[in-house]
Design a protein around this ligand. Sequence first.
Ligand SMILES: C[S@@+](CC[C@H](N)C(=O)[O-])C[C@H]1O[C@@H](n2cnc3c(N)ncnc32)[C@H](O)[C@@H]1O
Length: 316
Amino acid sequence: MEEELRGLQLGDNTQRTQQKQEQVPLHEGAATAIIPWKYCNVYANNRSPERLFLFQGQSIFIQQRLDEKVTIDQNTGNVVWDGAYLMAKFFESHIGSLQGKSCLELGAGTGLVSIVAWLLGATHVLATDLPGPHTEHVQKNTGVNARRIAQERMQEIQRHEKAVVGAEEGREDMRMRRRRNRQERTRMIELDSDNLSVAPLDWNTPVLPESVKFQGPFSYILCSEILYLPKFHRALLKTLTKFSDEHTVVLLLWKQRGLGEERFFDIACRPSTGWKVQYLERTVLDAEFQDQPYGVAQMTRIPTTSTPSSFIDSSS
Ligand SMILES: C[S@@+](CC[C@H](N)C(=O)[O-])C[C@H]1O[C@@H](n2cnc3c(N)ncnc32)[C@H](O)[C@@H]1O
């Protein structure tokens, strides 16, 4: 991470070449949407003020805060870490729909993972980070994207409904069309921007403001790149325990930087904690990153009476 942070402050030639490609102004519907991830979003120390991501065929614009110094202890959430992209991609590829589920993101940073969870239809997503500018930053990214995407989705649904009526009026192979339209409609989930909210949550004092209507337990708790500070591991585990129950699945993704990230699991695996950890194969991650040192695990609470539920069967 030291090197990545140095890159963030100073940059180097390789990154500058990649940044050049990304520094095309990004606006809604811009042609840059077809630039593959490989060329536009490679490193966490990418210094573009705005970054474009594509999920579910939808553009997500993420603002990065480049005005402040980033160190291992401060402002790490100002930029999108590759782990956030990987976790969002994992959800898109392996889960598909989160309809009817609630999600809590810890240390949300720029909010990318929460936005994608919402896009996948989660009934309620709560993105959290430290109070102050950290949550304001998440709020800005989630608010702007959710409002625009919800509006675009509504227009898409209306266009689709008009097309259905038009086709039916024309009596054009009606039975076939109806069947296809039913299938398409299930992919067209209406999105309500109110289902994506933001709140301050410090793991050292894990209490959500009273104004937060849904306080858990959550179906999923999402943790991207938050294991790099072992001094917070105990607090983090306490936070996970507070907002979960036996049905909750915690998903953790981290880069193996040798900062003691895995020590978190030594604590979590102690029988007294009541948690079960399952490491997932790296093959569940986006193909471009499978040769990189990323770890991914899911955790569930051990039920007192029955077998724990499984998020993804790593043996399959
Ligand atoms: C490396 S960043 C990862 C950000 C984001 N999850 C991503 O992958 O792009 C770590 C995040 O954890 C947050 N964080 C650090 N200590 C925290 C604490 N005690 N309570 C809550 N959040 C914290 C930081 O503000 C930052 O957003």
